[in-house]
Design a protein around this ligand. Structure first.
Ligand SMILES: *Cc1c(COP(=O)(O)O)cnc(C)c1O
Length: 336
């Protein structure tokens, strides 16, 4: 048996999703004529109480477009030091937007108004102009940790009072909502921009949607075109995204339950020194032996997992991990 826990991006389209893709009503999206894309953008925007959406090839692009829309060159944005926008988008903040980054030491990727406020620069010719705060929910490097709505409200309030824009990297926002029970529609009230990833736990092959007000999306569409992201009959991909929003949101709870089962098992393993608290579909755990050696051992049993540090391994649950595979893993982990 093989189990691929390297990432929730490894999922393949389900038969139902493939059917939806085959029957998509497409057209030239650069002319605004792709029905499947228009439907996805409107559906996602409505879910989050936002005015408009923009379908993009990746979450990197939706985040980078948001940063471009919400800043001017010589500005500074504030985010946690583990943030995807800073660590895993190739330095795009500086390259695309000519913006500098103020990093915070959050707790498992979660930052607070108390951390943010002292880092907002005063108006002074020496300082970059602080214009944007970026949150990541769930936090990837934080091990799938979530914000409460109260935490988000408090940061939104601070941003408003200081004239800052507020963007959410919601690559795994539906995992966060499944955990907290908050409604997506509430989120639109607090953020200026939201990135929603369709190809992580939701299981679509490609794509993310950027959500914001209509003028912001109009400008983001322009920048997407400049970057070569104006796709034509991409409705075949958007249809997979719509299908995922309709059919794969509820089931995220299953991934979370699977993660709990595996974390409970890991907590009983003598070769594991620490398991971080599990909230959603990501497990981070520390190993006594070097992580590279442990991941090789796991691979011998058909279990693919990624070391994220010298003594740390990450498991990510997703819709292509079935109960039989979780059962198998419990046995393998227990016997190692
Ligand atoms: C995966 C991910 C993204 C987007 O990544 P792409 O591979 O560009 O789609 C953004 N933020 C977080 C936290 C992610 O995990």
């Amino acid at each position: 048996m093989t189990v691929d826990l390297r990432s929730d991006t490894v999922t393949k389209p389900t038969p139902g999703m493939l059917e939806a893709m085959f029957s998509a009503k497409v057209g030239d999206d650069v002319f605004g004529e792709d029905e499947a894309i228009n439907e996805l953008e409107q559906k996602a925007a409505a879910m989050f109480g936002m005015e408009a959406g923009l379908f993009c090839p990746s979450g990197t692009m939706t985040n980078q477009l948001a940063i471009k829309c919400f800043t001017q060159p010589l500005d500074e944005l504030i985010c946690d030091h583990t943030a995807h926008v800073y660590r895993y988008e190739g330095g795009g903040i500086a390259f695309n937007s000519a913006v500098s980054t103020r990093l915070l030491n959050g707790y498992r990727g979660i930052i607070t108004p108390e951390m943010i406020e002292p880092e907002i620069n005063a108006e002074n010719i020496h300082y970059p102009h602080t214009s944007l705060v970026v949150l990541e929910n769930t936090s990837n490097r934080g091990g799938g940790s979530c914000y409460t709505l109260d935490q988000i409200k408090a940061i939104a309030q601070l941003c408003k009072s200081k004239g800052l824009k507020f963007h959410l990297d919601g690559a795994r926002i539906f995992n966060a909502l499944a955990y907290t029970g908050d409604s997506a529609a509430e989120y639109g009230k607090y953020f200026d921009g939201i990135s929603v990833c369709l190809s992580k736990g939701l299981g679509a092959p490609v794509g993310s949607v950027l959500l914001a007000d209509a003028p912001t999306i109009k400008y983001a569409r322009r920048v997407r075109k400049v970057l070569g992201g104006g796709m034509r009959q991409a409705g075949f991909l958007a249809a997979a995204g719509s299908y995922a929003l309709d059919h794969h949101v509820e089931r995220l709870k299953i991934d979370h339950a699977h993660a709990q089962i595996l974390a409970d098992q890991l907590n009983q393993c003598s070769w594991v020194s620490n398991v971080l608290p599990v909230e959603t579909n990501i497990i981070l755990f520390d190993t006594v032996e070097p992580a590279a050696a442990v991941s090789e051992k796991l691979a011998e049993h058909g279990i693919k997992a990624m070391p994220t540090d010298k003594h740390r391994i990450r498991f990510v649950l997703h819709l292509d991990v079935h109960p039989e595979q979780v059962e198998y893993m419990v046995k393998v982990l227990g016997a190692m």
